[in-house]
Each structure stands twice: as structure tokens, then as C-alpha cells.
Design a binder for this molecule. Structure first.
Ligand SMILES: [Mg+2]
Length: 385
């Protein structure tokens, strides 16, 4: 089996999501997805530049293809960023192909499953957009819990806060801190003590601010406090983690297993959150999860992908022991999000009662709904052409 063609489509979700299609000389095609954060133009261009290296390769040699692409760009930024995001999208499509060729679901290709269904947490954003009011947060939290989610997450970093003195410094002031605490307190009271609650700070604060926030949030027994600091300085994150009882989570802005090595070895986190269609793909995420397991650290992937990238991530989460919970970020775009695939059980969505059930069909196990893809295709890009 040889790769004969690699094409992309770009759809509207969390900005612009790049879908990847790999065709073979035996008529089988595999589909993958790259994380949308870098924008589609850069990712599509990178995939096009890598395509000649894939033509003629056997797609079932997933890790050989991956390593061939990575090594081709080690002098051009293959350690992180757009390159690894594009590589991740290709890698997901290779696993889909490898699974289809073997007649096996991807989780089995990754070593088999520890669990039949994958627990999700609902990312609730900053609540009731655009106001971000406390009442909006409470309403959204209660709706997600009523729907069956056992874990939720809110964003409490507020760049639009009227008390903010400066758009660029990383220091929180008293009024901003009070707003944060009020919001978390209201959500915790609304959902009760038994629902897991995570809080995201989006890498926006400095060390003294991160310390103050982590202390103030200790009474609310968070599942984790996410990215209190920018991602580049592991020592600074160690300082924050060591002075608080609030669990610290980070990793969505790190790439490849080497990007997580120091974070884990230095004890900078209580939870890691790699983004699978961004950090290098399914096999790479499994290696990162195994590295975390060495340090008894749980794996809770960040995720902002369509149901295709979401289901791919679920296969990987099924195949590791230290899985905690997987992000689900489509609350505000749910109808469009669901429209991108045919759910394996014929229902309207792959998400039910706060869980995703792993399908036993070959490959990733969801088929793109081309009507949905075309309806929300981003102008200026071809649809697998
Ligand atoms: Mg985050």
C-alpha cells in the first residue's frame, strides 16, 4: 500500500480547523485533523510542503512516516509550532488509514483499551458571552451538570476587566482577583462539592499573581488551575506549584515528548494537558502520557477540534492507564460541530451524557459528513482537492 495523494479541507470551528485526507493506491483513504490555533493558512502550506516526502510511503508505517517528516525539518523549526501541528494532522490520518487497512479501531492499534468510554469535561468558556456575568457562569455550569458532565472548566482570566490597568503586564490587581474569586465561588456553590471544577488562566500571569490566585482558590478544591504562567519557564512554574495546595496543570503550549520532559522531571505540574492534534499526534501523545506515568501524573488532554480530531484523541485516551478527563469545547458551536461527522451509532452526536463511547469500527471510527464539511468550508481553501 502506497500513499498517492495528500489533500486538505478547512472548516469553521474554533477559528479555522484543517482536516487532512491521505489517499492510497489501494483505494483506501484516511482522515485526520490539525489543531486550529495557528490558523489554516500556515498549516495547509506546511502540509503541502511535506506531501512530497509522503508520496510512495506505506501509510501503515506510521512512526516511520512521522519520523521521516520530523527529521526533514529539524533545521527549520521541527521542534514546535506550525510544523508539529501540521505533522500531528498528518499523523492522525495515517492512524486512520492504518486502522482501516488492518480492519481494527485505532485504540487497538495503540495497544488496546483500558476503558470503553471516555470521560469529558465541558469547557464553559467565560460563561454567558459576551457579558461573562456570574449569573451566566452559574447557568452554564448547571446546564452542563444536568446534561451529565461530571467535570467542567471556566476561564477566569479577563482581559476586558474594567479594573485592568495595563494590557500587557502580567500582574493581577485586587479588583481583578476579587472578581475571579467571586466567580469561582458562585460556580462551586451552584454545582455542589462533587463535580470536578477546573479553572484556566491562559498563561497570562506573573509569579506573584499566580501565587495569589492559587492561594485564594484553595477553598474551592479545584481539579486543577491551568497555565497560571506563560509556558516557557519551567522553574517559575515549579515556584508556583510548590507554594499552593491547588493542583497545577499545563502543557497545551508544549510540543513533542521533549517539550514535556523538563516539565515532568522538575515536578512543575500535577496534571498535564497536551493537545493531541498539536503536540505531535496519537503515538507522540501516548509517549508523553507514558512519560507522565513515570512520575505518577495524570493525563487530561486539551482539545479544540471537530468530532474527527476529538474521536481520534479519545482512542489515545482509551489506550493509556493514567487518563483523567478529555476536553470538550464545542458548547457554543454545538450544532455546527456535530454536523461535521456521521456519529458511529447513527445518532446526531458522538458526545452523550458527558462521555464519548469508543467505536469498534476500523480506523478512527467516524466518517466525515461531506454536506456538513462543505456547508462550513472556509472560502479560499479547496475541499480535499
Ligand atoms: Mg487552556
Amino acid at each position: 500500500m502506497r500513499i498517492v495523494n495528500v489533500t486538505t479541507a478547512v472548516v469553521a470551528y474554533h477559528g479555522q480547523a484543517t482536516l487532512v485526507r491521505i489517499d492510497t493506491d489501494e483505494g483506501l483513504s484516511g482522515f485526520g485533523e490539525a489543531n486550529p490555533d495557528a490558523g489554516a493558512g500556515a498549516v495547509v502550506g506546511m502540509i503541502e510542503s511535506l506531501t512530497p516526502l509522503l508520496i510512495g510511503e506505506d501509510p501503515r508505517n506510521v512512526e516511520r512516516c512521522w519520523e521521516k517528516l520530523r527529521r526533514s525539518k529539524v533545521f527549520a523549526g521541527a521542534q514546535s509550532g506550525v510544523f508539529v501541528i501540521a505533522l500531528s494532522g498528518i499523523e492522525l490520518a495515517l492512524w486512520d488509514l492504518a486502522g482501516k487497512a488492518a480492519g481494527q479501531p485505532v485504540y487497538r492499534m495503540l495497544g488496546g483499551k483500558f476503558r470503553d468510554r471516555i470521560r469529558l469535561y465541558a469547557d464553559c468558556g467565560d460563561g454567558d458571552d459576551p457579558a461573562g456575568s456570574i449569573a451566566g457562569c452559574v447557568d452554564r455550569a448547571q446546564r452542563m451538570v444536568a446534561e451529565g458532565f461530571t467535570a467542567i472548566k471556566f476561564d477566569i482570566d479577563d482581559l476586558r476587566h474594567p479594573a485592568k490597568f495595563d494590557a500587557f503586564n502580567h500582574t493581577i490587581n485586587a479588583a481583578e482577583l476579587r472578581s475571579m474569586v467571586e466567580r469561582v465561588a458562585a460556580v462551586r456553590e451552584a454545582i455542589g462539592p462533587d463535580v470536578d471544577l477546573a479553572i484556566d488562566l491562559h498563561a497570562r500571569y506573573d509569579v506573584p499573581s499566580a501565587c495569589r490566585i492559587s492561594w485564594e482558590l484553595e477553598p474551592f478544591r479545584l481539579m486543577w488551575l491551568e497555565e497560571p504562567l506563560p509556558a516557557e519557564n519551567v522553574d517559575a512554574l515549579v515556584r508556583v506549584r510548590e507554594q499552593t495546595r491547588t493542583p497545577i496543570c499545563a502543557g497545551e503550549n508544549l510540543y513533542l515528548r521533549w517539550g514535556f520532559r523538563e516539565l515532568l522531571e522538575r515536578g512543575a505540574v500535577d496534571v498535564i494537558e497536551p493537545d493531541v492534534p498539536k503536540c505531535g499526534g496519537l503515538a507522540e501523545a501516548k509517549k508523553i502520557a507514558n512519560l507522565a506515568e513515570l512520575h505518577y501524573i495524570p493525563f487530561a488532554p486539551h482539545l479544540v477540534s471537530t468530532p474527527l480530531g476529538t474521536m481520534a484523541t479519545s482512542h489515545q485516551c482509551g489506550a493509556i492507564p493514567n487518563f483523567l478527563v478529555q476536553e470538550w469545547h464545542a458548547l457554543e458551536e454545538r450544532e455546527v460541530w456535530d454536523s461535521y461527522v456521521h456519529a458511529p451509532d447513527g445518532s446526531g452526536s458522538i458526545v452523550k451524557d458527558g462521555y464519548i463511547t469508543l467505536p469498534d469500527t476500523p480506523g478512527i471510527g467516524v466518517e466525515l459528513d461531506m454536506d456538513g464539511v462543505r456547508a462550513h468550508a472556509v472560502a479560499g481553501y479547496g475541499v480535499f482537492e
